[in-house]
Design a binder for this molecule. Structure first.
Ligand code: F0G
Length: 461
């Protein structure tokens, strides 16, 4: 199903439209310069097809919009909160939860409560904001994904799996007392949107539990991960997605979720846990930073949209189409000879920029070079996931540590673009690939201490 090139019709029809427009080449060049060649700093109106992120950029359903109209905006104890609570308990099954304004707010609160100087937090791969939140409090995020994840061509069905041998060794060497909690990210966004198998989640959970390390799932794209389990892992073919989700979370002590992905809303997050003492500390932090525990920095209507969206995100027609759309884009790019990370991820296709631009060294940001060219030629915005995002000085030696993968992510907003939009993206990327040797690298002219990719500025070499 997922590797076929034929396009499955969208399981929805469109009843509201939003115009998009391709500005001319000269205006695009001007816009690039004005943004210091950082696509995060561009005006959205200057973008034709926006594949920067799938986060908060999806289309809500008529049911979600209708639910928003019944949002209860009471400061405390709103009905919207209780509707969300019922959905969260039904799907995730944890004892306690708070809403947050987005995923990183949950990460910040968890880090504020549990991270100290020189502690370690293992995961398959942390997302950039998770990593930064841990680092910002002096902790050391540690990625222990299987080596397959770094093999662009490996067709392993669960390239997001955490290496359990590495984890056992890491805990033995570090000492469980230096690990306040462990994580796993589903799907593994930083490693190509690749799924994690149920068997792996179960095995990782057993290791964390044996060592009395609380286990939190970064569940941003858990529903896509659930559907990968259903279609790729033996024994789950006929299990409903809701049941697979429940099993997945039963192995964890809590979860953090950016609702902007698989709850298909424009803003929102969740933080769930089973530990009552932790919940008390989390509530205090939440009130300090986000809001009262029954709204967590969101409007009542946002809570209602999440409550409905959580179920829509698990709908099997939707998920089949969703993963098919990503596979379609990957397949068509593959046919055009464009090197991509295989297999297709859940939410995005990742172009392998080392293979695309073999003449540009990592120090000259090949992912950025391709991101800029894709905008210049087609008005398309992708996102560099490579040296700009992840290179950092080693905390001990001070030497720059470069990421193993140099990717350009083409993230697909949910229920937003159609096949013809994707065909256009393929056409433009294929054109650029034909003249790849003409592209040149970049130099960074300004960068802040954390999360530089959002605000740094570049100069073409
Ligand atoms: N975890 C993962 C796996 C993510 O992909 C993201 C966000 C977050 C946590 C943080 O959530 O944005 O709601 O604060 N990813 C977006 C992206 C930004 O483009 O992949 P947030």
């Amino acid at each position: 199903m997922q590797s076929e090139g034929t396009y499955m019709p969208e399981p929805f029809r469109i009843k509201m439209t939003e115009p998009i427009h391709l500005i001319d080449a000269e205006e695009r060049e001007k816009a690039l310069k004005a943004a210091g060649y950082n696509l995060f700093l561009m005006k959205a109106e200057h973008i034709f097809i926006d594949l920067l992120t799938d986060s908060g950029t999806g289309a809500m359903s008529h049911t979600q919009w209708a639910a928003m109209m019944s949002g209860d905006e009471s400061y405390a104890g709103a009905q919207s909160y209780f509707r969300l609570k019922a959905a969260v308990e039904d799907i995730f099954g944890f004892k306690y939860f708070v809403p947050t304004h987005q995923g990183r707010a949950a990460e910040s609160i968890l880090s504020a409560v549990l991270v100290k100087e020189n502690i370690y937090v293992p995961s398959n791969m942390h997302f950039d904001t998770t990593e930064a939140n841990i680092r910002a409090r002096g902790g050391r995020p540690t990625n222990l994904v299987n080596d397959d994840a770094f093999d662009i061509n490996s067709l392993h069905p669960f390239k997001g799996d955490l290496n359990t041998q590495k984890l056992e060794k890491f805990i033995a060497e570090t000492g469980a007392d230096k690990i306040p909690f462990g994580m796993i990210t589903v799907t593994n966004n930083s490693g190509g949107g690749q799924p994690v198998s149920m068997a792996n989640i179960k095995a990782v959970s057993a290791i964390y539990r044996k060592n009395k390390i609380p286990f939190f799932i970064d569940a941003a794209r858990y529903a896509e991960n659930v559907f990968f389990i259903k279609t790729r892992e033996a024994g789950y073919e006929t299990t409903p997605t809701l049941e697979i989700a429940r099993e997945m979370f039963s192995y964890a002590d809590g979860m953090l979720m950016s609702a902007k992905k698989d709850a298909i809303v424009n803003i929102g997050g969740l933080f769930c846990m089973n530990d009552g003492a932790l919940f008390e500390r989390v509530k205090t932090e939440l009130i300090l930073r986000e809001g009262f525990p029954t709204y967590g920095g969101l409007a009542g209507r946002d809570l209602d949209a999440i409550a409905v969206g959580l179920y829509e995100g698990l709908d099997e027609d939707y998920l089949r189409y969703r993963l098919h759309q990503t596979a379609y884009l990957a397949n068509e790019l593959g046919k055009a000879g464009v090197p991509i990370l295989k297999p297709a991820g859940g939410h995005a296709v990742y172009v392998d920029c080392r293979a695309f631009l073999p003449h540009i060294p990592q120090q000259e940001y090949p992912g950025q070079a391709l991101a800029v060219e894709l905008y210049r030629v087609g008005g398309i915005r992708g996102c560099e996931i490579g040296t700009v995002m992840f290179a950092h000085p080693d905390p001990v030696t001070g030497e720059m540590v470069y990421p193993k993968l140099e990717l350009l992510r083409l993230a697909i907003p949910r229920r937003t673009y159609t096949q013809s939009h994707l065909d256009y993206v393929v056409r433009i990327l294929a054109q650029i690939y034909e003249r790849n040797k003409e592209l040149k690298g970049f130099e960074i002219t300004y960068e802040p201490k954390f999360l530089r990719h959002f605000v740094c500025q570049f100069k073409p070499l």
